[in-house]
Design a protein around this ligand. Structure first.
Ligand SMILES: Cc1cc2nc3c(=O)[nH]c(=O)nc-3n(C[C@H](O)[C@H](O)[C@H](O)COP(=O)(O)OP(=O)(O)OC[C@H]3O[C@@H](n4cnc5c(N)ncnc54)[C@H](O)[C@@H]3O)c2cc1C
Length: 453
């Protein structure tokens, strides 16, 4: 039963609409405002240019979305999304070697769907919920505050007319990587927010192709990650309407080409010919798009002195992850779930700390390998990192591959990889008398086991 009056969400992309859904049981009215013109069909739009690149939805993210929007999985499938076992229907080449497929269905269930269809359908679903409205072409220009509490936003129309949206019990910033919360809070007297940046130097070139069953033996995709000494990456995933989207990635100044011959040559450097074949033989749909993503960025609002009540910053506005780990939308869904639980429990002041704790997990998963990439960018992988040892063993042992993918799909916590049985399997498969199994980079997650052999 809704108890309070009004929730305002700034931004009607994935984070914003999921946050609105999470607030529906606690607020009589939830207003979502976006500066963009929101298309009435699934289509790309000006302020979400990343939709032109492959967007993987992690299994943990899909579970969270289904929890927030019961029935959304079926709605996506009805609109053309493809169901997939994310261990078996997708081939994962990490450190140049393919993770072992599971002998049984892995239970890591996902969907192959375009970013635009996913965003569109969750917005349509949320827009149909009583009490929630989504209004486009309204740019928020600042916060309205009262006694160090955020109570509303100033909104500017495309014609320049300014209005005030006031009386809010909670305002959520879901405006993405370019969020202006830092400046807005400084104008309220807060110091600059502590910000972490990690240079990842990624360039993406993406293009869609007609999907036919002769490619990938009908599977939904292949992923080849860059690794130390090999700055070339690429992935292909199926989308609705018989399409593939191919994304080629380069690191640290290595930029994939945008001409067909160059793209084929790039893809031929990958661990499998899967992607090169599609670029060479499939019918292109549209032109390639180049995007650069120079750094991951995380803002620590949870530690900001004077952070006002009645306000929270979520999604890419809080943390913009290296996109190759496909975490952004899934972390947004998990944050929205948490938001709903905390607000329903009457603990809105805990949102920022809770979101930071959730973000910690994904940030560590992504920044651990990225830091290794940075320190060893020109050296080849030596299998001397604990994660490398796990991956080397997961090439042979399907159970290790499943455990690894459950963590990277945000189903299980990284600590689950410290399970002694998994450590025993790493020793057995890796053939080493001593291995360190660690994930993420925190010392307390290190466990060492000496082979009993
Ligand atoms: C190249 C690339 C590839 C990616 N691949 C993946 C992937 O595979 N998997 C994955 O999960 N994630 C991926 N991501 C990240 C993913 O796109 C984001 O995490 C996801 O869009 C959620 O972001 P968001 O909703 O927080 O912000 P955004 O999607 O950026 O949306 C912000 C919204 O706020 C609106 N807005 C901004 N300012 C204002 C304002 N002042 N007033 C009103 N409205 C405003 C914008 O119009 C927009 O609608 C990728 C990102 C990039 C760049």
């Amino acid at each position: 039963m809704a108890e309070k009056g009004l929730g305002i969400v700034i931004g009607a992309s994935v984070t914003g609409v999921l946050a609105a859904a999470a607030l529906r049981n606690s607020y009589a009215t939830v207003r979502v405002v976006d500066r963009d013109t929101i298309p009435s069909l699934a289509a790309s739009r000006r302020n979400v240019p990343q939709a032109n690149h492959a967007h993987g939805l992690l299994a943990g993210g899909l579970l969270a979305m289904e929890d927030l929007l019961p029935g959304i999985t079926k709605e996506l499938i009805a609109a053309g999304a493809l169901t997939a076992d994310l261990q078996n229907d997708l081939h994962w080449y990490l450190n140049g070697q393919r993770l072992a497929p599971a002998r049984e269905p892995s239970g890591i269930d996902g969907l192959a769907v375009s970013r635009v269809l996913l965003e569109h359908l969750i917005r349509v679903h949320v827009g149909g919920i009583d009490g929630i409205s989504v209004v486009d072409r309204q740019a928020v220009s600042g916060l309205i505050t009262h006694d160090r509490r955020v109570v509303g936003v100033s909104v500017v129309s495309p014609e320049g007319a300014e209005t005030r949206l006031e009386g809010a019990d909670l305002v959520i910033d879901a405006t993405g990587r370019g969020s202006r919360s830092g400046a807005w809070l400084q104008s309220m007297g807060c110091p600059p927010v502590e910000t972490e940046r990690l240079d990842v130097g990624i360039a993406y070139v993406s293009q869609r192709f007609r999907r036919e069953s002769r490619f990938l033996n009908g599977r939904i995709g292949t992923l080849c990650a860059a690794y130390p000494g090999h700055l070339y990456g690429g992935f292909v995933t199926a989308e609705e309407d018989d399409r593939f989207i191919v994304s080629l990635t380069g690191r640290f100044g290595t930029t994939p080409p945008t001409d067909r011959a160059g793209m084929i040559a790039w893809a031929q450097r990958l661990a499998t010919d899967d992607i090169a074949e599609i670029i060479r033989d499939a019918q292109p749909l549209g032109s390639p798009t180049l995007t650069r993503f120079p750094y991951s960025v995380r803002r620590h609002y949870e530690d900001l002195p004077g952070f006002p009540s009645g306000y929270a910053v979520l999604g890419d506005a809080l943390c913009s992850f290296n996109p190759v780990y496909a975490q952004g939308m899934s972390v947004a869904a998990l944050q929205a779930q948490l938001l709903g639980n905390l607000v329903a429990a009457g603990l809105p002041n805990d949102i920022q700390a809770g979101a930071a704790a959730l973000t910690d997990v994904a940030w560590e998963i992504a920044t651990g390998p990225d830091k290794t990439m940075i320190t060893k960018r020109s050296r080849s992988a030596q299998n001397d990192e604990p994660t490398d040892q796990l991956l080397a063993a997961a090439v042979r042992d399907p159970a290790l591959a499943t455990a690894f993918l459950r963590v990277t799909n945000l189903i299980d916590p990284p600590e689950s990889l410290g399970d002694p049985e998994l450590t025993r399997r790493v020793v057995a498969a890796y053939g080493s008398s001593s291995v360190k199994v660690r994930f993420g980079g925190r010392e307390e997650r290190v466990s060492t086991l000496r082979s009993r052999a």
